[in-house]
Design a protein around this ligand. Structure first.
Ligand code: G3P
Length: 289
């Protein structure tokens, strides 16, 4: 067990409370947890398969939502002071009011929640209201333009606001996902500091080291990478650390994207946001089909 402090808050990304407990034991503390429908569904499906009872009734939507709540409440017992992100269910057709209603139903699950909404027009309309009521986390962010919209949609928020750029999924397309984190940090330097950058979709130690070097406000680390990090004694990047990925295409900083416009004026479209909400939706709904 270590007693280290890092320049970023350290979260775990997952759907299994035992992993949260183990990660906390290894590191000595944990600042928070992120969850999403895919990760929770994976946990629930695993449980179903473990029972190996062919006669077992399919889980209902209500049961699944209650399980999500129970899992999050268990995580909260492990990290009572930690922030835990809980996601709403949405696809391309889901309206802001629906997301907001779902979010409101989650407010009393645990005290230290952050409600996750997708970075779509409807998602940001919901966030625009929700950030006056509760902490929020805007997920599936892949571009500087989306980050400008998140900033403006949450300006004047009464509660903490997190933005979650998904770096690994951009790498999957051959693009340098970490540069989106760098670009958002740079653009936000000109702002009021109300949005915390939470680097997500971390797949390897290099992502983690560079996120720490960039002073991402928060990093959310999947259990597998957490273990690798622990095997090395939870190192931090040295002053000479260089994140060098020549095989990935650059995502240059856009000087033409400026804070200060209405959130609806920014380009929110990104193929990975569209794909991401559909996958979250499908993974959750597979539980009932
Ligand atoms: O926190 C976001 C994360 O769960 C997504 O990760 O690996 O599915 O892109 P990944």
């Amino acid at each position: 067990m270590l007693d280290k402090h890092f320049s970023s808050k350290i979260f775990i990304d997952g759907g299994v409370p035992e992993e949260t407990a183990q990660a906390k034991r290894l590191l000595g503390f944990l600042d928070g947890q992120t969850t999403n429908p895919t990760l929770i569904a994976k946990n629930l499906l695993g449980k179903e398969q473990r029972t190996k009872n062919k006669e077992q009734k399919k889980i209902t939507q209500e049961d699944a939502l209650n399980e999500y709540k129970r899992i999050v409440q268990e995580m909260n017992k492990i990290i009572p002071e930690g922030s835990i992100s809980i996601q709403v269910f949405a696809n391309a057709d889901t309206k802001a009011q629906d997301m907001l209603s779902q979010g409101r139903l989650r407010y009393d699950w645990i005290p230290n929640h952050s409600i996750k909404f997708p970075c779509t027009t409807e998602g940001l309309k919901a966030v625009n209201v929700a950030c006056q009521e509760t902490p929020v986390n805007i997920t599936l962010v892949f571009s500087q333009s989306q980050a400008a919209a998140v900033y403006e949609a949450t300006k004047g928020a009464k509660y903490p606001v997190f933005i979650s750029p998904f770096v690994g999924r951009l790498d999957d397309l051959g693009q340098n996902g970490m540069q989106v984190v760098k670009n958002i940090k740079k653009m936000y330097e000109g702002g009021d500091g109300h949005v915390e950058v939470l680097t997500a979709s971390i797949r390897n130690l290099d992502h983690l080291m560079y996120a720490l070097q960039l002073k991402s406000d928060i990093v959310t680390v999947p259990f597998k990478v957490f273990n690798l990090w622990g095997e090395g004694g939870f190192p931090e990047p040295g002053a000479d650390y260089v994140y060098n990925k020549p095989e990935l295409t650059e995502i240059p900083y856009r000087e033409d994207i400026l804070l200060g416009s209405a959130f609806t004026d920014y380009d929110l479209s990104h193929e990975l946001t569209a794909k991401g909400i559909q996958t979250f939706w499908d993974d959750w709904n597979k539980l009932f089909s």
